[in-house]
Design a protein around this ligand. Structure first.
Ligand SMILES: Nc1ncnc2c1ncn2[C@@H]1O[C@H](COP(=O)(O)OP(=O)(O)O)[C@@H](O)[C@H]1O
Ligand SMILES: [Mg+2]
Length: 344
């Protein structure tokens, strides 16, 4: 196996058998994750993401196939894998009745830090994760965003070289999501390898160097974020002009700048244009061109393809409805990411 791969998996399979049925949760997945990179496992609820992570983290034994983390086999060398890996997410959790500080101190002591060193390590983590003030409160009083941050901090007490983050932002508000993204970026800058699972295309797009789209336990597409998005086109521009009389001129300019055909909807102020595959670089120039022509544009947005659209393009099928997953709340699916600017 190559030394530059942090995670390598070949033909991973996992079935779950209940009295009623057999679920092929993971049905032959291959992974090659370069050291120091962020790899996104993107897929809808029930796709098999958590099962893959649990096999790689040695918490579940594969039914078939092989996997190694930093060259250690996840079945035959499980202890070595565990000591190299940090895991956080849907099934790894801190103790709700303890305070944030108590949780981290307990972990640091378990990992063999002496009391004074444990206190220093924990203080540093609490500060880095913006939890210094909350450290003395029981974790059950934390907001969703604080909870994810203490989970992340707990997985980092030992500064692992490989980190598995299982849906680290599902259900978080946008501000907390951004905080978690920033933390992940810092970890990667420090050289960690991250395997991130997510249901959100924009999250994988923001963080991952490569993405595998999984469904029904199989990889249906793999590539860089831009390769995946190109497979469905770059998205669409929507704008509204302040003066109805400016719409025709705005449409002309939009067609010229983007090289795309404009569509009008029933709102007499509105214009929409699908961005052509090679037109994404022209989008930032559109608003200044309109403003320079004396057209006031109070609304301008660029919508990215959503996971639903990527899915539809890759499979010809819409995303399946969320499956029940024990006590886990099914998160709301986000719409296309919208970046909105208004001209003066
Ligand atoms: N312990 C289990 N027992 C039975 N079925 C399971 C178990 N864990 C997961 N599954 C099933 O395996 C499939 C994949 O689940 P999972 O890996 O949790 O998907 P994801 O993390 O992508 O939402 C789902 O159909 C799920 O219901
Ligand atoms: Mg999961």
């Amino acid at each position: 196996m190559s030394d530059s791969l942090a995670v390598e998996a070949r033909g991973l399979v996992k079935h779950f058998t209940t009295r009623k049925s057999v679920t092929k949760a993971v049905d032959g997945i291959d992974l090659s994750i370069a050291e120091g990179s962020v790899f996104g496992l993107l897929g809808p609820n029930g796709a098999g993401k958590t099962t893959v992570v649990r096999m790689l983290a040695t918490l579940l034994r594969p039914d078939a196939g092989t996997a190694s983390v930093l060259g250690h086999d996840v079945v035959h060398d499980a202890d070595a894998v565990r000591s190299a890996v940090g895991l956080t997410g849907q099934y790894a959790s801190v103790d709700e009745d303890l305070t944030g500080t108590e949780n981290l101190i307990m972990l640091a002591r378990l990992y063999g830090f002496a009391p004074a060193a444990a206190r220093r390590r924990v203080q540093g983590l609490l500060e880095a994760f913006d939890l210094a003030d909350a450290g003395s409160r029981q974790v059950k009083t934390y907001s969703g965003g604080m909870h994810r941050r203490i989970d992340l901090a707990a997985s980092l007490v030992l500064a692992p070289r490989v980190l598995f983050l299982d849906e680290p932002t599902t259900g978080l508000d946008p501000r907390s999501r951004n905080q978690v993204w920033d933390i992940i970026r810092v970890l990667v800058d420090d050289g960690a390898t991250v395997l991130l699972t997510t249901q959100y295309l924009d999250e994988a797009d923001q963080l991952a160097d490569r993405i595998a789209v999984v469904d029904h336990g199989r990889t249906i597409a793999e590539g860089t974020p831009s390769e995946l998005k190109r497979s469905v086109g770059e998205g669409a521009v929507h704008l509204r002009v302040a003066e109805v009389a400016d719409r025709a001129r705005a449409a002309e300019i939009t067609e010229r700048v983007l090289g795309a055909e404009v569509t009008f909807d029933s709102d007499p102020h509105a214009i929409a244009a699908r961005v052509p595959d090679d037109g994404a670089d022209a989008v930032p120039g559109l608003l200044p061109a309109l403003v320079a022509a004396g057209i006031s544009v109070p609304e301008f947005s660029l919508g990215q393809p959503s996971l639903d659209e990527v899915f539809l393009a890759l499979t010809g099928q819409p995303l399946p409805p969320d499956e029940e997953e024990g006590a886990e709340r099914a998160p709301a699916k986000p719409g296309p990411r919208e970046r909105t600017e208004a001209s003066r």
